[in-house]
Design a protein around this ligand. Sequence first.
Ligand code: FE
Length: 347
Amino acid sequence: MRPTLLRRLCVLISTLCLAAPVVAQDQVLNLYSARHYQTDETLYENFTKSTGIRINRVDADDAGILARLKSEGAASPADVILLVDAARLWRAEVTGLFQHVRSPILEQRIPANLRGKDAGEGSAWFGFSTRARVVVYDKSRIPRGDVDTYEKLALPVNKGRLCTRSGSHPYNLSLFSAMLEHLGPVSTETWLKGLVTNMARAPKGGDTDQIKAVASGECGVALTNSYYLARLMRSQAPADRDVVERVAVVFPNQADHGTHVNVAGGAMARHAQHKEAALRFLEYLSSADAQGYFANGNNEWPVVAGTRVANPALDALGRFKADPVAVGVIGMNQVKVQQILDRVGYR
Ligand code: FE
């Protein structure tokens, strides 16, 4: 072979090598997840299929994951963390459990208000889906006008009607923290005291249990995340159809600050060992495929504009005005809210 031809071949080969997809150095990803939704399994499988990266998953709730990360410290094997509450994402960011990630893909796809603060070094977390905290009520006996704001749930007319899960559950803590921002401390305490007074029963169970208790007549009105209701709306089971028939939904506070919306999101762990895999996974969660799973699988609203949603329950719920309170404010208010809950006996 002539030397020039050999040189050309070498150049061609090295160009081909450089242009070829980089074989992932990181074939494993350690995921700590607070997402407790069965439909997510397909999401993870699709990621492994398209990248060859195997996911080792640890499931726990938000508080359990944060406690585990703290106790593991620098020895933590976690690469990516998925949480289902804005305040917990914020808390993990400010306590340094995440690392900042610079990704043009994520920055382009995810709105700035659904990301951790970016002071030039990237964001510490990214929101991938949203959910609203809505009111569900017994339409056979309760006028909609009695329950169309969060504040009204504390009125005397609703005495003996209200059901909720625990007041200190993150979904409620975040709603109450947004309300603290709107009402101030004195009115928030009065309001939460009113909720306790109006309970049909002591707080217990999850959000779906509250919806079912409204349908059974045990409660007149309840708070729930929108996707639990949407899941029942899409169910073919006769018992679920019966529940949906009996209840009506309202997006509270449409005439003023809007309905409380929470964020589920993810982050790269501070001590991630598989950074390349972690970044690819986070970016995958913003892909059309993954965003479609959040919307059509778990009935959440996708965060990436233009995501195709083929979900009759989300269509039926329709559009609404969301409360624009910042995630950081919701996070910072939580300690105060917990103190109020202790004072008013909201367990
Ligand atoms: Fe949930």
